[in-house]
Design a protein around this ligand. Sequence first.
Ligand code: PLP
Length: 406
Amino acid sequence: MFDIQEIRSQFSILDQKVNGKPLVYLDNAATSQKPDSVLTTWERYYKEINANVHRGIHTLSQLATEEMELSRRKIQKFINAKHDFEVIFTKGTTEGLNLISYILTQKLKKDDEIIISYLEHHSNIVPWQLLCERTGAKLKVIPIDEQGILQLDVFDSFLSEKTKVVSVNHVSNALGIVNPIEEIIAKTRKNTDAYIVIDGAQSAPHFVIDVQKMDCDFYVFSGHKMYAPMGTGILYGKQHILEGLPPFHGGGEMIATCSFDGTTYAGLPFKYEAGTPNVGGNIALGAAVDFILRVGQENIQKHENALLEYAQRKLLELDGIKIYGEKANRTGVVSFNLEGVGIASDVGMILDKLGIAVRTGHHCTQPIMDFFNIAGTVRASFAVYNEFHEIDLLVEGVKKAQKMLS
Ligand SMILES: Cc1ncc(COP(=O)(O)O)c(C=O)c1O
């Protein structure tokens, strides 16, 4: 049974006024709110366990280790990784993508090619540009059409023996477009030996993820967009690939032996987890996975898709609304502008006065904004706790903004 009021009651933060109005939180693609079960798990760690992991003989250290490793196994199941040691704790998608692009440095040489898409977040662009600077490799970018849909015939023409990395997002954060990653992965496998990287920042919160079925080499996501604390994230990598690549950060935890004559590295996952991890956050990420599974991923997806369909329909009933990617296959996000009226941030400020939190601007995807020749959009993004009447409030707010700004 999907009971929205019961779900909302688990998110104390939603029960407040902002600028004198009940909060309508529609900025979930930036970060989601956290249910009480996640917050109490985090608090309980600091109140009752707080100790460093993997090193201590004492009881609290062992408890902390057990809980963090239990969380790793929950995440392993959540994404259907073959082994728990293929699940690396990071501080988010950005760190995961930087890690991958760094450890691949030795594998690329001048004139090799890295394929990304126009729909990428800056964190799936800049690390690859840096890798190109280090190696002389070249970046190729899959273009989009007027609906924001990737032009796969151009992608086909990019694939060659020079292709060493294909890195694309599963869902675009700016437009909510669901990319055909199954097709992209199949084509890449058929035609190249490239490493396949999937940015799952906007898909892990919404979809059932099966990295084995997907057959990607790496899949990265952020905990804070899926009901877990900030500063948490996951990098999944296939065992044989991670084992064959060098470490990222050096330090404690990631060594097998260390001397001035040289250092040998720990096995997975510790080779990629140098230093003290975010133990409380990582344990709370496991609680977020529990929350998602309790609600049910199918229920979440169904509810969010219904919200999206409703929001799009209601917004389009107004005159002068331009929705980007209107006809594309999307999830969880509606990105729009009021035609000929003001700029996105003006609309966002008016909505804020009404207690409605949306994101405005380029959403860390400047190339998409350049493509549409705009500075930014107003983005409303949904989570499991959003209600249809909140969409009505959004649409009322947009109407008001239209009046005030014209
Ligand atoms: C598609 C996508 N990739 C990467 C990121 C970066 O995530 P983080 O800031 O959590 O590292 C985001 C964040 O909005 C995103 O939406």
